[in-house]
Design a protein around this ligand. Structure first.
Ligand code: HEM
Length: 406
């Protein structure tokens, strides 16, 4: 069925169906011309496959905030959906379950915790750069953008150093599920990884019960023992935090560095004033967001900005298109790290599912770009960036760069 869907969307893409184009190479390598054409068709565009795509900033924001829509369909006739491929806790739950589970994860992302993580993130960042810059020529993704968020999230969860390699391998396999399975083999790989991850978390939970620390697994183990959350719910929450930490910030750093080096004047601005790193992060999230889309089910008839949405319909929300909406951002295709309204992007979604890890992602992105601009001001590409063959997630598989020294 998966292969049939791919063949059908491919054929539709050839015939000019823009929503289908977003699912396939070669259009996927640069989705922004497709986003522009979709937006030109209207704020809400019907695909020939029945679903609709919201393309304007105002409508995407309105849909994400409207409580008549949910991340899963509700009601007696609701059919099973792709969201249950793998249990990703409250990301794939509607209230009231969403509310209860999200509250249990919130303490890990308070401003006080961010202050604590900042010290660690600085250290990890500079250790990675020491090694990468010493090589002269290196892969920005493999040597810097990927290992940084992985090290941060595994420490935040409390993964022991001995288990680090296993978590990295499993996290990458499960993370790829965010983009949907590509084949039956891929699906089996995701499910095997999920089973192995459950076993690893089970072991980690027993360790932390005997010897609690100040980490997320310790606090969730205590919540499990107090009966606030079942062991199954806890495993799903750890899985969510692991993949959210693995698959997103890496692309913020990668897409950001690629945009900066492609627009040399902006790189020069940042190296002259690294204090612009925070605003650069916002502009990258607007200009080339790591999560290009999300979706919602209409669970009660509603009307948003004059669009009648009928119960049971499915809507893709194009975050990538919203960031380039000329009605919201002046000259939207221009990458400008001094833009004052860049942070109005929807890269972290909106409404009740607004990214819980946003403060951590912003912190990591800011520290990474600040350190790179300060320590390698002559950085330049040493080859073409290679895009990942993904649709929902947007990022690079590899990006050879050189420090330009020596
Ligand atoms: C949710 C993007 C980093 C944890 C989301 C959603 C988006 C998003 C778009 C909402 C999806 C929807 O509404 O359907 C991003 C981006 C990141 C990032 C672009 C990096 C640049 C992180 C990090 C963590 C994290 C580092 C934590 C380790 C979460 C969680 C949710 C979430 C727990 C679920 C929130 C909920 O459903 O209530 N993220 N994320 N994210 N993100 Fe992030």
């Amino acid at each position: 069925r998966l292969r049939m869907f791919q063949a059908m969307t491919w054929a539709a893409a050839q015939r000019g169906d823009h929503a289908s184009r977003l699912m396939h190479h070669p259009w996927r390598a640069n989705p922004y011309p497709t986003h522009r054409r979709l937006r030109a068709q209207g704020a809400l565009v019907r695909s020939r496959f029945g679903f609709r795509t919201a393309t304007s900033h105002a409508l995407v924001q309105g849909i994400l905030r409207d409580r008549s829509l949910g991340v899963r369909p509700e009601g007696p006739t609701a059919e099973p959906t792709g969201v249950d491929l793998i249990d990703l806790s409250f990301l794939t739950r509607n209230p009231p379950e969403h509310t209860r589970l999200r509250a249990l994860a919130r303490p890990a992302f308070t401003p006080r915790m961010m202050e604590r993580y900042a010290v660690e993130i600085e250290k990890i960042t500079h250790d990675l750069l020491d090694r990468a810059l010493a090589k002269g020529r290196f892969d920005l993704m493999a040597d810097f953008a990927q290992p940084l968020p992985i090290a941060v999230i595994t420490r935040l969860l409390g993964v022991p150093d001995d288990d680090h390699a296993a978590f990295v391998e499993i996290g990458a396999a499960i993370g790829s599920s965010l983009d949907g399975p590509r084949s039956a083999r891929h699906l089996r790989r995701i499910q095997d990884a999920s089973d192995r991850l459950d076993a690893l978390f089970d072991h980690l939970m027993r360790l932390r019960r005997a010897d609690p620390r100040e980490d997320v697994v310790s606090s969730l183990t205590a919540a499990t023992d107090a009966g606030e959350i079942t062991p199954r719910e806890m495993a799903a929450m750890c899985r969510l935090l692991l993949v959210a930490g693995f698959e997103t910030t890496v692309n913020l750093i990668g897409n950001g560095t690629a945009a900066l080096l492609r627009h040399r004047d902006q790189w020069d601005l940042l190296t002259a004033d690294p204090g612009l790193a925070g605003n650069t992060v916002e502009e990258v999230l607007r200009y080339d967001p790591p999560v290009q889309m999300t979706s919602r089910w209409v669970n009660r008839d509603t009307s948003i900005m004059g669009h009648e949405l009928r119960r049971g319909s499915y809507i893709l929300c194009s975050i990538g298109a919203a960031g380039r909406d000329p009605d919201r951002f002046a000259d939207p295709d221009r990458f400008d790290i001094t833009r004052t309204d860049a942070s109005d992007h929807l890269a972290f979604s909106g409404g009740i599912h607004y990214c819980l890890g946003a403060p951590l992602a912003r912190l990591e992105g800011r520290i990474a770009l600040h350190a790179l601009a300060t320590r390698a001001p002559r950085l330049r590409p040493a080859g073409r960036p290679v895009h990942r063959p993904t649709t929902t997630l947007r990022g690079l598989a590899a990006f050879p760069v050189t420090t330009g020294e020596g």
